[in-house]
Design a protein around this ligand. Sequence first.
Ligand SMILES: Cc1cc2nc3c(=O)[nH]c(=O)nc-3n(C[C@H](O)[C@H](O)[C@H](O)COP(=O)(O)OP(=O)(O)OC[C@H]3O[C@@H](n4cnc5c(N)ncnc54)[C@H](O)[C@@H]3O)c2cc1C
Length: 740
Amino acid sequence: MGRAGERAVVLGAGMGGLLAAGALAGAFDRVTVIERDALPAGVAPRRAIPQGQHVHALLPAGQASLEQLLPGLTDELLAAGAIGHRPLQELRFMIGGHWLARADGGRDVLLASRPLLEGHVRRRVRALENVTIIDRCDALGLTGTAGGDRVTGVQVLRREPGSAAETLPADLVVAASGRGARVGAWLEALGHRRPAEERLPVDFAYASVALELPEGALGADKFVLIGARPGLARTLALAAQEGGRWLLTVGGYAGDHPPSDRERLLAFAATVAPPDVAHAIARATPLGDIAAYRFAANQRRFYERMANRPRALLPIGDALCAFNPIYGQGMTVAAREALALRDALRAGHDGLERRYLQAAATIVDDAWRLAAGADLAQPAVSGRRPLPVRLTNGYLGRLQAAAAHDETLAIAFIRVCGMLDRPQALLRPALAARVLRGARGRARSEHGTGVRRRELQLGAASTVVREAGPPNAREAVVFLHGNPGPAAEWEPLLATVGARWRAVAFDQPGFGDAVAPTGFPQTVEAHAAFIGHTLDTLGIERVHLVAHDLGGPWGLRWAADDPGRLASATLLNTGVLPGYRWHALARLWRTPRAGELFMATTTRAGFGLLLRRGQPQPLPRAAVDRMYAGFGARTRRAVLELYRSMSDVGAEGERLAQALRPLDRPALVLWGRHDPYVGVELADRQRRAFPHADVRVLDRSGHWPHLDASDTVAAALIDFLARHATPHERHRPEPHPLPL
Ligand SMILES: Cc1cc2nc3c(=O)[nH]c(=O)nc-3n(C[C@H](O)[C@H](O)[C@H](O)COP(=O)(O)OP(=O)(O)OC[C@H]3O[C@@H](n4cnc5c(N)ncnc54)[C@H](O)[C@@H]3O)c2cc1C
């Protein structure tokens, strides 16, 4: 490599700074790395890298780049205790709610703690004879030429008694000072503008603990990775580490943060983990304290777009772009940028900044597309979703579902996640055809969500039962729809809850696909009796009721008539309704002729407007379409009959509350604040039936919290059930716990 200058200064000795120093060493006489933290001599966590206590996955592409920069590093790390694992053989990976098919996912990839990785990289870089690392030394700012067109050095202050600020002259400065880098302010001081910035807030938080797992608890698996899934924006990583330890990291989006005390952390992990993993974690011995980390936003800075940027200043690593850590991209992107820096230096000093920043922008683009795209697939994350993002996420969702059964797709997907292939590789026609075939196959097998559907004959009546989880458990979470339903609206929650418990939903007579016997009286009592009959037929003895709208009066009437079977109640804008007075629309339905006229003239557009009433945010279009599709003549007639059969609903609510109160069952009450039909003042009144109810009002929700605040509802429900329901491995031991 040609000589580029006398001295380069690197700010920060994290992974980005160390790898940059390795890349610069061949082009400068001297490379000086400035680090404000006290650096340990060997392998140890350090204060300025709090992320070192959380799972750090090294992607296959990152491992290859590290090896190119520091040949022999992989073997050194293995000798120091790092563990090799074969992707998709010893890695169990759930994405978008689908376990990727087991397959030969390529060469061994290292599992190691961040201190081990960084410690060995630091040792190798320190050993380079023209590299000096000065720790306990703060970079305070930049010096530049009079016109500010070129950076000439760095002002630093050593953390030693009596030391004064000094200037280190430099022919090139590399800013590797992490996501909090103050380079923007330093540029302003030199008379430049800050680079433009893009942020995608995720309000994500991690909690981690090192564990000793019971021997062989996870079979051959060395790494379990579970991404957020529809309806549950929580994540989990459990990775084997050097020294026989395992590191557990759980995370949650948009304020649904993991707790930091052991018991509640385990309960949180159990809401995400499959039964064998939850069981292994529950039996594990903690090897230290729980560490927490909060990550506000993905954050990217566009230095390459700056019109008048100064020469001799280059950012790298998190200073350039910091991604949501759950995608494990940071170290890989930093290593690739270091390689890009080395290549740019090899091509000569003229135009170095442009060449490097363009190459780095391409590296960051790919990683950003993956991270931001996946974050935007989470309804809990707010942000603009332009058409290409929606289309890509739709396609990726189908691909992930198909990859649960198709090894070729699973391998293609994991290669992109591992940054071995660029994201566009997933659009190759041969793969797209497999996605399409997989999607068709899935349509036949109940949309690949794990929700099974079957028709259930009940004498002269029949209904369609949707079910997930263990089919024969006698304890079940039973979802009751209201007006107009149908039970299909519960499918995402069924899939989520079904990962741990038997979860069941069915259409009530007159609604959805249920067929009511001739003369079925549309009354609360008849619906309650129908619930009892269906549960008997399904062999369900102990019920965790989840009800919405009219499902509340029906389900609670059933519970009051058969009190021994109610284990808990989750009430979504429903329940006992003491003192309730009908809303305007109900009054209209209760009025003969006016109700019929209303029903006869309600179009899809009118129905849509009705469902917008009071909503702080519109309901998902697919949900509105589904409701309207179920709102045929039969259901419209049933609704009129039902509303006319109920006379004093407030007084009936009082009676029901008195019947249920002595049971004192656990209850979770979730109520959208903006419900125009069943006002939020009724939320607290549920305590008349459930004295110890956990009552929560959802500020950004209307009448359908499970549709417009689905993640919040799923998380609260799962936490509640984790406390009150029996997980299914206790119902039925699973001889082959792998969910494949
Ligand atoms: C919770 C969490 C989990 C993560 N998990 C993964 C993962 O699984 N896989 C992965 O590849 N990446 C992961 N990352 C990202 C990864 O840690 C970083 O992207 C990567 O290490 C590159 O960081 P960096 O060196 O640019 O910055 P940092 O690691 O933040 O290092 C910056 C260094 O600069 C020093 N510094 C800052 N300011 C100054 C100053 N003024 N003067 C002197 N020194 C200064 C700091 O002390 C620090 O040592 C994770 C990040 C977090 C937060």
